[in-house]
Design a protein around this ligand. Structure first.
Ligand code: NCD
Length: 308
């Protein structure tokens, strides 16, 4: 723990202060610059070990945590859950205590259950990083998104951000809302009524069921994947109907500000959340930059938690 970052774990955005987030983003922005040079590797976390324990599919989050740790000189182990003892009935507590007994320094965990990072953190000596827990939070994705927004818009205060799609099932949306609201951005959630869960009433966000109204004057449009794997309860709008009403096209993007950026945490379903042409349009789409910033923020988080 450093005095600059007074937390043992990174469990969510909700409990971070604005200053905590600024500390992470400042360091991440330095790592982003370093990552574009040939000298992207250091020995800052030499001798530390980071374990990735992912109970859900992941390409970018898992890989970027691994790259981030390796760029800082740490050792990384990825646990293939399908071959781990959880398949033999071991409880999650026993799994994490087993890893802790091996003196790991950080556990990066992704799980389908809300609150799982919060549950394991007090059991462990290692630092715990939430890489996505159910529908609750995905803090490092929101940090990557904030850094991307800052690079394009210079500030978050006063921005209008439209978060569109399957918000009810989205931990990315919840983490982004917590972060953006702390920095004074206006957030508009745009989705069919079935895709918005009751907890959205507690957030200070505008809710819209129409893309034209929802995108009005937006500085950034954040699209979310329709999470069929979390289906349950009447959220089964046919894909074609969904794309027709809520898919982002160049035409619809005209409702937003002319310089609006288009974001997506990935994985993208081309032709559903947005057209391929828009996803690949360098004038608006910052999707790959979000991935790039993802490595930088994960380096910053690992550094702040582990370098003390
Ligand atoms: C998201 C996730 O898993 O929460 N992806 C990501 O980490 N970049 C969103 C999703 O699965 O749609």
């Amino acid at each position: 723990m450093t005095s600059a970052f007074p937390h043992r774990h990174l469990l969510d955005i909700e409990r971070l202060s604005k200053a905590d987030i600024e500390t992470i983003l400042d360091l991440a922005s330095r790592y982003a610059a370093q990552n574009r040079t040939a000298e992207k590797k250091s020995a800052r976390l030499h001798g530390r070990s980071v374990v990735n324990l992912f109970f859900e599919a992941s390409t970018r989050t898992r890989t970027s945590f691994e790259l981030a740790a390796k760029r800082l000189g740490a050792d990384v182990i990825n646990i293939p859950v399908e071959h781990s003892s959880t398949q033999k009935g071991e409880t999650l507590s026993d799994t994490v205590l087993t890893l802790d007994a091996m003196h790991i320094d950080a556990l990066v965990i992704r799980h389908a259950e809300d609150g799982i990072a919060q549950f394991v953190a007090p059991l462990m000596k290692a630092h715990v990083i939430n890489a996505g827990d159910g529908k609750h939070e995905h803090p490092t994705q929101a940090l990557a998104d904030a850094l991307t927004l800052l690079r394009h818009k210079k500030k978050l205060d006063g921005l209008t951000v439209a978060i569109c799609g399957d918000v009810g099932r989205s931990r990315v949306a919840r983490s982004n809302i917590h972060l953006l609201k702390k920095f004074g951005a206006k957030v508009r959630v745009v989705a069919p009524p079935d895709f918005i869960s009751p907890d959205y009433k507690k957030f200070d966000v505008e809710i819209s069921h129409d893309m034209k109204e929802g995108l009005r004057d937006a500085d950034a449009v954040m699209m979310l994947r329709v999470q069929h794997e979390r289906a349950g309860g009447g959220q089964n709008l046919a894909t074609g109907d969904y794309a027709g009403a809520f898919g982002l096209t160049h035409e619809r993007l005209k409702y937003a500000r002319p310089d609006a950026i288009v974001m997506h945490p990935g994985p993208t379903n081309r032709g559903v959340e947005m057209t391929s042409e828009l996803a690949d349009d360098p004038q608006h789409s910052v999707i790959r930059e979000q991935v790039e910033m993802g490595v930088a923020v994960r380096m910053a988080v690992l550094d702040l938690l582990l370098s003390a």
